[in-house]
Ligand binder design. Structure first.
Ligand code: ATP
Ligand code: MN
Length: 417
């Protein structure tokens, strides 16, 4: 008999064969009740005759059950499975190292046993939603005619001038894990024009916060003949598209997590306006509290703060009016549900200006020769941004820790599993 997934079973189904994990078992004299779980759902099963193997079953053991679907008044779904035959396929050791029915366990211990933590439907729901986020991001930009890019993950030097890189040995040369696809995606704007990518990046910063990891996946775009407003609009549209798709395709998961989503509105504020609204100091970055405050002022919105001061943005962000003395730049941030989800802006595509900017930022242009040269043979103006996949999932689902939406997080202390 062919295996049925639990979500395929209907009250009208007759004989079925199911496989899954024993979430709960209760023996009541001659009767036995099993709550069976597979990756698609939960099914109440009942044994009315003596089945030898039942006494041997532990919580989370893997079983195969054949039985007959019957209407039931007590079962949540209105039907249950009457067990005719049961095979124990893999017996679970008892006791389990973590509670897999409720989240009584601290996150650290849960992550130590992530394979077991993922048995919980709530945890599975988070990752199904994250999958839909990634899929709809791709779908949106494919539909628009962007080309998907695969940037390298091993690089020869810092792409952004920062020092927070993980070193790697590349044969006889020193190399690093990429902290962003920034420079590579920029190079493609002079050929493919519009590119997007989903790619892992590594940041060696020693932060230990609920919103930072040392390995994340980024959703990036880069577009030729674009300024900061062109690409903010793309982000507004793709975020709306993603939330719409999650609402359409992840109804069950949102229900499991008890989350009500709304398609966000977009708010555009200049950096100057925004920093005033939260009583921040002109010329300084927003503190996490100020980011939250701004988000509280505009509920269910994606907030773009644009035209940041040159001093607060990286060297590759275009100064306004191509004037390096200009205080303001073409760089922006995007905030959603309490924190930053993205940074972006128009880039410097003029080689001489790039050299000036590097010097301004106290970086050595000699270390960026290949990069600067790539703009010497016909380079259009261009702009782009980067959204962290985990950070976005965290804010979308209002999770208190980014580790909740990372299968196997890499942070200051964790390298396993
Ligand atoms: P933050 O200010 O939140 O530390 P950032 O400004 O250092 O982030 P960017 O270089 O702007 O980060 O990276 C673009 C996006 O990638 C961020 O907006 C965020 O969504 C995500 N991101 C960056 N660094 C991390 C990290 N360490 N952990 C999780 N997500 C990150
Ligand atoms: Mn940023």
């Amino acid at each position: 008999m062919k295996r049925s997934y639990i979500n395929e079973i209907k009250p009208s189904s007759k004989q079925v064969l199911v496989r899954g994990w024993v979430q709960r078992i209760k023996l009541l004299g001659k009767l036995a009740f099993i709550v069976l779980r597979d990756s698609t759902g939960i099914l109440q099963c009942v044994a009315k005759q003596n089945i030898k193997e039942l006494s041997n079953i532990t919580q989370e053991s893997v079983v195969e059950i054949t039985g007959v679907v019957k209407k039931s008044k007590i079962a949540k779904k209105g039907h249950e499975l009457e067990i005719k035959n049961l095979k124990l396929l893999s017996k679970s050791q008892a006791p389990l190292p973590i509670d897999v029915e409720k989240s009584h366990t601290f996150i650290d211990k849960r992550l130590d046993y992530r394979f077991l933590d993922l048995r919980r439907p709530e945890i599975q729901a988070i990752f199904r939603i994250q999958g839909e986020v990634a899929n709809s991001f791709r779908e949106f930009f494919y539909k628009k005619g962007f080309t998907e890019m695969q940037p390298p993950s091993i690089i020869s030097s810092s792409s952004e001038g920062g020092t927070e890189l993980f070193p790697a040995q590349y044969f006889e040369k020193k190399a690093f894990l990429a902290q962003s696809p920034q420079l590579y995606k920029q190079m493609l704007t002079s050929s493919l024009e519009r590119v997007f990518m989903m790619t892992p990046v590594w940041r060696a910063e020693k932060h230990n916060t609920p919103r930072h990891l040392n390995e994340v996946r980024q959703m990036d775009i880069e577009m030729a003949f674009a300024d900061q407003f062109t690409v903010m609009k793309e982000m507004e549209e793709v975020v709306k598209y993603i939330v719409k798709k999650v609402l359409e395709k992840c109804k069950k998961e949102l229900e499991i997590l008890n989350i009500k989503l709304k398609i966000p509105k977009a708010v555009y504020l200049s950096y100057g306006e925004a920093i005033k609204k939260v009583n921040g100091k002109l010329g300084e970055d927003f503190t996490p509290e100020q980011e939250k405050k701004l988000c509280d002022m505009y509920k269910d919105s994606i907030i773009f703060t644009h035209s940041w001061p040159v001093a607060l943005k990286p060297f590759y962000i275009m100064p306004k009016d191509e004037n390096i003395k200009s205080r303001l730049s073409e760089g922006f941030d995007a905030l959603y549900n309490g924190m930053e989800i993205s940074s972006g802006g128009q880039r410097v595509h003029i080689p001489d200006l790039l050299v000036e900017m590097l010097k301004l930022k106290k970086l050595n242009p000699k270390n960026f020769t290949d990069y600067i040269n790539s703009f010497k043979y016909g380079s259009p103006s261009h702009a782009g941004w980067s959204i962290g996949l985990e950070r976005f999932t965290q804010t979308l689902l209002k999770l208190n820790n980014i580790r909740e939406c990372t299968f196997f997080p890499r942070d200051r202390n964790r390298l396993t599993p």
